[in-house]
Design a binder for this molecule. Structure first.
Ligand code: PMT
Length: 221
């Protein structure tokens, strides 16, 4: 099965999960392994694309032929994705990005104060990278794809998220403590801004990736 339908295209994929540091030894993070984003990168290379993969805290090795930029926090991920997106035909945000980060970074390890109640943790908003990419397209006709990790009311939440973020496609997948995060397989419904709904049955993360690239390729101007 040889397809080169992404030849001549530059695509940007984000993968993994951001970590928002509290102090030199602690962070707020999530369970993303990077497997879904790395599968998107591998399948795009196989279809002829030039691929930039912005990877947040993933243990996975760089796939052959992919330009990998490693980042830690949401702010770093935003900077790397926005830079790579400048000349991209498509951007796919598979990374699990923290919506909030600690308001203060403690230069020294936060101490447990004997007999005292813990301090409440103050958070501030992180940039919404997907909404920004969708609203201020770096190029006319650039295709922007988001993922939605939902635990309940999966489709209804997905539709609302698609409208809010203004992306072209939203891959809605159900997640749980050991569901999808870190798993080899995924299952999803890909929602289109045009009202389309493409269900993708459970299978390897590569198979879902190929369906996503099919839908992206159809939308190229
Ligand atoms: O890495 P794996 O272990 O293979 O797991 C894959 C996955 C579950 C991480 C992946 O399939 C997935 O669902 N990724 C999106 C996770 C997520 O952050 O979903 P969300 O519903 O919180 O965010 C919606 C979209 O907005 C995402 O495209 C996200 O990248 C983006 N976002 C979110 C917050 C933020 N501040 N900026 C963003 O750009």
């Amino acid at each position: 099965e040889e397809r080169a339908d992404l030849a001549g295209r530059h695509v940007v994929v984000s993968a993994g999960g951001t970590r928002e540091p509290l102090d030199p030894v602690r962070f707020l993070g999530n369970r993303s392994s990077g497997k879904q984003g790395f599968a998107l990168a591998r399948t795009a290379v196989a279809r002829g694309a030039r691929v930039t993969l912005v990877a947040a805290n993933s243990e996975l090795p760089a796939p052959a032929g992919v330009d990998v930029v490693r980042v830690g926090t949401a702010v770093q991920l935003r900077e790397a994705v926005v830079e790579a997106a400048a000349d991209a035909d498509a951007v796919v945000m598979a990374a699990a990005v923290a919506d909030f980060r600690p308001a203060v970074y403690a230069e020294g390890k936060i101490k447990k104060r004997k007999d005292a109640e813990p301090e409440p943790l103050a958070l501030v908003r992180n940039p919404d990278i997907l909404a920004e990419l969708s609203t201020d397209r770096a190029r006319a006709g650039q295709i922007v794809v988001g993922f939605a990790a939902e635990t309940d009311d999966v489709l209804a939440n997905g539709r609302a998220k698609l409208a809010r973020k203004r992306c072209d496609l939203l891959v809605v997948n159900e997640v749980g403590e050991s569901k999808t995060f870190g798993a080899e397989e995924n299952e999803a419904v890909v929602l289109g801004a045009d009202g389309s709904e493409t269900p993708v049955p459970r299978g390897p993360k590569e198979a879902l990736s190929d369906r996503v690239w099919d839908l992206v390729a159809l939308r190229f101007p």
